[in-house]
Design a protein around this ligand. Structure first.
Ligand SMILES: [Zn+2]
Length: 203
């Protein structure tokens, strides 16, 4: 029993190490996740006319990518449960991109209205999930640009990393399917977010 638990823990630790390795390997790429996130951040800043606009788009995009991450979590979970169907699952995830973005864009607008209205909503099709963004209200009302910069960079970086992992890493090495379970992905998300948090302070 004791040995079995130890083995399981070792496997989990080993898996976490592999995932960390994947992320820091990606960070060596010409199109590294954080680098792309930073360039998206810069072009957003340059293309907005006022700091109010910039703040608004920063929040909008942070909500959008946070919602997107939940879709990635679902596809990774599906791959972990059905590793033998990984490639088919990835293909259909890729084919659904327009539909998915449409859904996310609509939910983003609903959540933004909710955040802007101090957490009040007269009823929309995303009410069920408003609670997930409720913590943003106070940061929004305080105009906390540092918080949203951190959130933006963290979520963008995560999205780019997840995209690489899903479309490049898993198809070329199906053994990665075993690192797609929720406990691994949760670990990976935290690792990436904390890394970005430190980097965002250097801005
Ligand atoms: Zn609502």
């Amino acid at each position: 029993m004791f040995n079995r638990i130890r083995k399981t823990n070792n496997e989990f630790d080993q898996g976490k190490k592999e995932l960390a390795k994947v992320f820091f390997e990606l960070e060596e790429f010409e199109d590294a996740p954080l680098k792309m996130a930073l360039s998206t951040y810069e072009s957003l800043r340059e293309s907005t006319k006022s700091s109010e606009d910039f703040f608004y788009y920063l929040i909008e995009d942070s909500i959008f990518t946070s919602l997107y991450a939940t879709f990635y979590e679902k596809i990774f979970q599906a791959i972990a449960s059905h590793p033998e169907r990984a490639l088919d699952l990835i293909d259909s995830f890729s084919a659904d991109v327009d539909e998915r973005e449409q859904i996310i864009a609509t939910q983003t607008q609903h959540h933004l209205n909710f955040v802007e209205n101090y957490g009040m909503c007269n009823g929309c099709s995303s009410c069920e999930f408003h609670q997930d963004v409720a913590e943003l209200i106070s940061y929004y009302q305080r105009g906390d640009i540092n918080f949203f910069t951190e959130l933006f960079l963290g979520m963008q970086t995560m999205q780019f990393a997840m995209e690489y992992f899903l479309y490049d890493y898993i198809p070329s090495n199906p053994a990665y399917a075993k690192l797609c379970g929720p406990e691994y992905i949760q670990y990976w998300r935290e690792l990436i977010y904390n890394y970005c948090k430190v980097k965002a302070r250097e801005l």
